[in-house]
Design a protein around this ligand. Structure first.
Ligand SMILES: Cc1ncc(C[n+]2csc(CCOP(=O)(O)OP(=O)(O)O)c2C)c(N)n1
Ligand SMILES: [Mg+2]
Length: 389
């Protein structure tokens, strides 16, 4: 028996009988990895928490093998839930996750075993909680573990998986109500609308700071475009830089990967990013000329993310030194690079513009104006509604 086999046997033994486990999926690089992650979740009969970059975040939730908690970040806003639903074990597949709340939740409860399996020798363990780091491709790891697992036993009154699904469904209701009742555009709503109305066969590139977090929190899981669980979602999660985001979208559009559309066709890409990230990579708009990238620029006139930090209370230094305020619009930048430009102000107008542009086979820039202070207040209102479910 090889060392690897021994290790897998030992892991399967350690997991046997653990009921309160979680599968967490960070960035997964292929549809095959995503499908294997779903199969492992089913074999363990544990809830699955998918990150925005896991290709599973948009899959239908709650079905037998679907992710139980795509809204995990908001589910975990509830202190009562965090206390009642602490996991005893975690299997983390793939790269880093976006949700800070998830990280803090796992840090606090220190589930063991806590296994990270990914094709990277570097440790992924900022809180020193990982018991096993397995350097492996994700799909073969899942398959090898599945072979070693016994069928999960039926347990009476077993509420573990159901608790996660119930909490997730409560968040889904809050967000559906919010989206149905919204008459203006906001950053959470736009994240939801692009996930809901994405073109078939497309991919997402999400800017650092709020867009990737908003997509992780508010994107609406569904199955009706028929491409779940394969919608690739890219974000720069290393140093979370805001540089090079536009160029990344150009690369994703033409780059070869296993979900590339037929023949020479390019993949439609939705690039959701903030105004400073656009300004940082303005020159790369020239790359979009021949590429079907729909740029959705959330223009809140500076760094909206900083409003969520304690420094936001210090008015005398906050605006001049942290948010990089500006009053630019992207209309002329779009004109300079021959990109059709739209600036919708209602959810209906945004949806119509986004659906048309993202399916046109050509690039476009859609600018959405928001207010940073109102954005923070809206996030807090939504979190508080999710908490009281
Ligand atoms: C290359 C680089 N420079 C600076 C930063 C620090 N930084 C993090 S978030 C942010 C603001 C981003 O603003 P914007 O793109 O408008 O997104 P928002 O925060 O408004 O969602 C900055 C400057 C960074 N992450 N990367
Ligand atoms: Mg901004």
């Amino acid at each position: 028996m090889t060392k690897r086999e021994q290790r897998l046997d030992a892991l399967a033994d350690a997991l046997a009988g653990i009921r309160r486990g979680l599968v967490v999926c960070g960035r997964l690089d292929s549809g095959a990895d995503a499908r294997a992650a779903l199969r492992l979740t089913e074999a363990l009969d544990w809830p699955l928490v998918p990150d925005a970059t896991a290709r599973l975040r948009l899959a239908a939730e709650g079905s037998t093998a679907g992710p139980a908690a795509p809204y995990a970040d908001l589910v975990l806003a509830s202190g009562a839930f965090r206390e009642a639903c602490a996991p005893e074990a975690v299997i983390h597949l793939g790269g880093r996750t976006v949700s800070k709340r998830l990280r803090l939740f796992l840090k606090k409860h220190r589930p063991a075993p806590c296994v990270v399996a990914r094709p990277d020798a570097r440790r992924l363990d900022p809180d020193h909680r990982v018991s096993d780091h397995v350097e492996t491709d994700v799909a073969p790891f899942c398959n090898a573990l599945i072979e070693r697992l016994d069928a999960p036993a039926e347990r009476e009154g077993d509420d573990w998986g159901r608790s996660w699904k119930r909490a997730n469904a409560a968040v889904a209701r809050v967000l559906d109500d919010f989206a149905a009742g919204a008459d203006g555009l906001s950053e959470p709503l736009v994240a939801r609308l692009v996930s809901r109305h994405r073109p078939p066969g497309g991919a997402f590139v999400l800017g650092s700071s709020m867009p990737v977090r908003d997509f992780n929190r508010y994107a609406r899981p569904d199955a009706d475009t028929g491409d779940a669980p394969r919608t690739p979602v890219f974000a720069n999660r290393g140093a979370s830089g805001i540089d090079g985001t536009v160029a990344t979208a150009a690369g994703v559009c033409t780059g070869r990967c296993e979900i590339a559309p037929e023949g020479d066709q390019q993949r439609p890409v939705t690039l959701l990013l903030g105004d400073l990230a656009v300004l940082h990579d303005l020159g790369a708009l020239a790359l979009l000329r021949e590429r079907p990238v729909t740029v959705v620029a959330l223009n809140n006139g500076g760094g909206g993310i900083f409003h969520f930090l304690p420094i936001a209370e210090r008015e005398e230094v906050f605006e001049p030194h942290f948010t990089t305020p500006h009053e630019r619009s992207f209309e002329q930048a779009a004109a300079m690079f021959d990109l059709p430009y739209e600036r919708p102000t209602t959810p209906e107008a945004f949806t119509a513009a986004y659906r048309e542009r993202s399916r046109s086979g050509a690039p476009a820039l859609i600018e959405v104006r928001t207010d940073r202070r109102e954005n923070r207040a809206l996030h807090e209102r939504l979190e508080s509604r999710c908490r009281s479910g």
